[in-house]
Design a protein around this ligand. Structure first.
Ligand code: UGA
Length: 436
């Protein structure tokens, strides 16, 4: 199969690379000349474990190319994936901004040759694929094409594994020929017995939002249970385990913390609320999920303040981890972007370390001191806050940390350490939902 991918963001780049790994002929197209030039010379613009060697291998084998030009790749393609960004609209109204999706559709329309399937892989509101079809048909009434929706469920930091061994593949289209072509593209997954959900376009579009909103719901739910645990003296880890062992609930995504962040959950929950509102349907649970998430970040600020004796004014706080989760340099909607400014506003000084995200963080938080190691960050600080659970923070030399801190206050927003052990080491320790 010949595949063209419009957009080399997270989804486009990972999907394109993995399709090439399946053996297809893939061209990834982007308007960003610098990005394409970098990719052509073997440098990968995002930090994603395993991606760089897979790109190199497939580029070397001649199956994966990068270009700013639509031709000849678009004309030759059997299937074109639209994987451009759908950021939150700048109007701040919760809508997804579809400018790039429609622009991509307009650009490819006059170039289509022979039967082509145009697939939306970006997360888009219900009805977008049909609008894409309209845009293409208007721009090129002769075009022989069908549209489909094929949402992507990969997680940053685990993207290659998620793509190559997904829980399911969702394909939404009204046309049997398009469905067969997409099934053929995913044939290697079919062979390892991945379940396929073959459905309509609208259903596929909604599955993506429903799945992300439900995962966000699990997180907000367990965060509220953690807060309750703190008041009643229960341990949220045992609560999550006790709940999660019920097969109907499942153990995953029940880890409490400072609230969810990233480029998906915050944006997609807001967009789902907009879609529901537009159709006059109440989505009260999702509404509460977003409110609980905002409240959780505010609660973390209060937790840190209390651990510092009631005021952060004039205090130095060491922060370990800035990215919204480990194994990524992505800072989009990271809890640190809300929590740290709130502390600085009241006179705290921040010394931070992150294994990958410091460069990106500095664009948003230029006023904090970036340190070369977690130990450097702790030197002379009044407290340390573990914000993101990077592996290198799981085995810290705690005795050394204690010596470096001015006062041995350890606030673990990811529950990496055991409260009892930390108390034995002489720390004043605070986790989330885990009394000592
Ligand atoms: C999420 C989904 O997990 C993917 O399935 C989906 O494809 C993707 O969004 C998307 O729509 O593109 P991602 O945003 O990369 O993936 O990250 P997650 O691993 O889901 O984490 C999201 C946030 O939830 C992080 O801030 C993380 O710390 C938090 N989280 C996750 C918790 O606080 N507790 C948990 O138990 C799990």
């Amino acid at each position: 199969m010949k595949i063209a991918i419009m957009g080399t963001g997270y989804v486009g780049l990972v999907s394109g690379t993995c399709f090439a790994e399946f053996g297809h002929q893939v061209t990834c197209i982007d308007v960003d000349t610098e990005k394409i030039r970098a990719l052509q010379s073997g440098s990968v613009p995002i930090y994603e474990p395993g991606l760089q060697p897979m790109i190199a291998k497939n580029a070397e084998a001649g199956r994966l190319a990068f270009s700013t030009a639509l031709e000849p790749a678009v004309g030759e393609a059997d299937v074109i994936f639209i994987a451009v960004g759908t950021p939150a609209s700048r109007r701040g109204d919760g809508y997804a901004d579809l400018t790039y999706v429609f622009e991509a559709a307009r650009q490819i329309a006059p170039l289509l040759r022979g039967y082509t399937v145009v697939v939306n892989k970006s997360t888009v509101p219900v009805g977008t694929a049909r609008q894409v079809a309209r845009v293409i048909a208007e721009a090129n009434p002769e075009a022989d094409f069908d549209v489909a929706s094929n949402p992507e469920f990969l997680r940053e930091g685990a993207a290659i594994g998620d793509f190559m061994r997904p829980d399911r593949v969702v394909i939404g289209t009204d046309n049997a020929r398009a469905e067969e072509m997409l099934k053929a593209i995913y044939r290697p997954l079919y062979l390892i017995e991945t379940p396929f959900v073959l459905t309509t376009i609208e259903t596929a579009e909604l599955i993506k939002y429903a799945a992300n909103a439900f995962l966000a719901t699990k997180i907000s739910f367990i965060n509220e249970m953690a807060n309750l645990c703190e008041e009643v003296g229960a341990d949220v880890h045992a609560v999550a385990k006790g709940m999660g062992l019920d097969g109907r609930i499942g153990p995953k995504f029940l880890h409490p913390g400072p609230g969810y962040g990233g480029s998906c959950f915050p944006k997609d929950t807001r967009a789902l609320l907009r879609i529901a509102q537009e159709h006059g349907v109440a989505c009260r649970i999702v509404e509460a999920v977003t409110e609980v998430n905002a409240a959780q970040k505010a609660r973390m600020v209060r937790k840190i303040r209390n651990a510092l004796g009631g005021s952060e004014a004039g205090k130095v706080i060491a922060v370990l981890g800035l990215a919204f989760k480990p194994e990524t340099d992505d800072m989009r909607e990271a809890p640190s972007l809300t929590i740290l400014p709130a502390l600085m506003e009241h006179g705290a000084t921040i010394r931070a370390h992150d294994p990958q995200a410091m460069k990106e963080a500095a664009r948003h938080l230029p006023e904090i001191t970036y340190c070369s190691s977690p130990y450097e960050a702790c030197r002379g600080a009044d407290a340390v806050v573990l914000m993101t659970e990077w592996n290198e923070y799981r085995a810290l030399d705690l005795v050394r940390i204690k010596e470096l801190l001015r006062t041995p206050v350890f606030i673990d927003l990811r529950n990496v350490y055991e409260p009892k052990h930390m108390a034995e080491l002489g720390f004043y320790y605070e986790g989330v939902g885990r009394p000592i």
